[in-house]
Design a protein around this ligand. Sequence first.
Ligand code: NAD
Length: 339
Amino acid sequence: MKVLITGGAGYIGSTIASCCADNGITPVILDDYSTGLRVFAERFECYEGDIADEALLERVVADHPDIFAVVHCAAKIVVPESVEQPLEYYENNVAKAVTMLRTLSGLGVRRVVLSSTASMYEPGPDWMVDETSPVDPQSPYAASKWLLERVLRDAAAAGRLSAVALRYFNPIGADPALRTGLQNPAPSHALGKMIEAYEAHESFTVTGVEWPTRDGSGLRDYIHVWDLARAHVAVLQRFDEVCAASRSGTGYDVINLGTGQGTTVFELAEAFGEATGAPLPVQTGPARPGDVVGCATRTGKASSVLGWAPERSLVDGVRDSLAWSTKLPAVLAEEAACG
Ligand SMILES: NC(=O)c1ccc[n+]([C@@H]2O[C@H](COP(=O)([O-])OP(=O)(O)OC[C@H]3O[C@@H](n4cnc5c(N)ncnc54)[C@H](O)[C@@H]3O)[C@@H](O)[C@H]2O)c1
C-alpha cells in the first residue's frame, strides 16, 4: 500500500511516515517546508510545494497512480497566530485543503484521513468528552479544522470521497527510535516549558491554579505521538471497513485519539520528575490569556472501530521528548546545511 502524506515533513506527519514504513506502507510526502524539515521528508519519496498546487498534485498522482489514500496533516497550527491571522489560517487550512481534495478526488484519490483536533470540544462537567460531545471551536485554528471536517462530511455524503477525521488530543514524545520529533526548539506548551526550565536549572511555573480540576491546574490528555502514528496505520489498514460502518452511513467518521486519562499540569510535572529521576521544582503563577481548562477523551470508539489502544505511558512521552530535545540541535544543524 502507498499513501500520500501532506505535511509529512512536520512533527506528526513525519512520525506517521516512519510508522507507515515500519508497517509495510510506502509513504509519499508533499510539504512546502514552511515549518517542516527537509531532513524528515527526504528519507522517503517527497515533493516540495503547496497542497493547492494542482499541477504538482497531478504530477504526484501520475508518478504514483497506486496511491491508496491521502493522510492530510499539512496545516498551520499555532493558536495565538490564528487569532492574529484568521484569513491566512482559513486560506491554508480550509480553502487550500478544499482545492487539494477536489483535485485529488478528480485524480482518483478518494480516501482521506484528516489530522483534526480535540481543541474544538466544549468540555462537559467532568472534563471528559467523546465523539458525540458538543463542539465550540474557540480559535480560528480550531474552527478551521471543524470547517474542514464539515467539508469532508458533505463531500462524503455526495459520494466524492470517503474520510476519517482523527481528533488528536495532546501529542507528546517523539519517534522512540529518534528518527523524528518536534522540530520547534522552544514549544510553548507545558511540557516544552518544563524541558526549558529543566535545562536552565530553573523552576517550572504552573500557569493557572484556579481551574475547577482536582488540583486547580489545567488538564490535558497527553498521547504519545508514536501511538497517534499507530492509529493512522490502523485506520489505513481497515479504511473501507471503517467508512462502511460509519454511524452516518455516508463514508465519513470521526474518531478521538487520546489515552482516556486526564493529566493535570502538576501531575505532568510529577511524571517529568519520574522520567529524569529528580523532582522538577515548581512554582505557580496566573493563567495566561487564552488558556483553557482542557479535557480528556473516552477511548471506546477508537478501541472498538480501530482495535487500537495507546501503549506508551506519560513517562515514556516525557522521556522521549527529553531525548529528542537533546538530539534536536544536531538535526537542525543538518537541516541548515541541506537547506
Ligand atoms: N501538534 C499538535 O499538538 C496537534 C494537535 C491536534 C492536531 N494537530 C494537527 O496535526 C497536523 C500536523 O501538526 P504538526 O504538529 O505536525 O505540525 P507541523 O507544523 O510540524 O506540521 C505541519 C506540516 O505541514 C506543512 N504545511 C503547512 N501548510 C502547507 C501547505 N499549504 N502546503 C504544503 N505543506 C504545508 C508544514 O511545512 C509542516 O511540515 C496538523 O493538521 C494539526 O492541525 C496537531
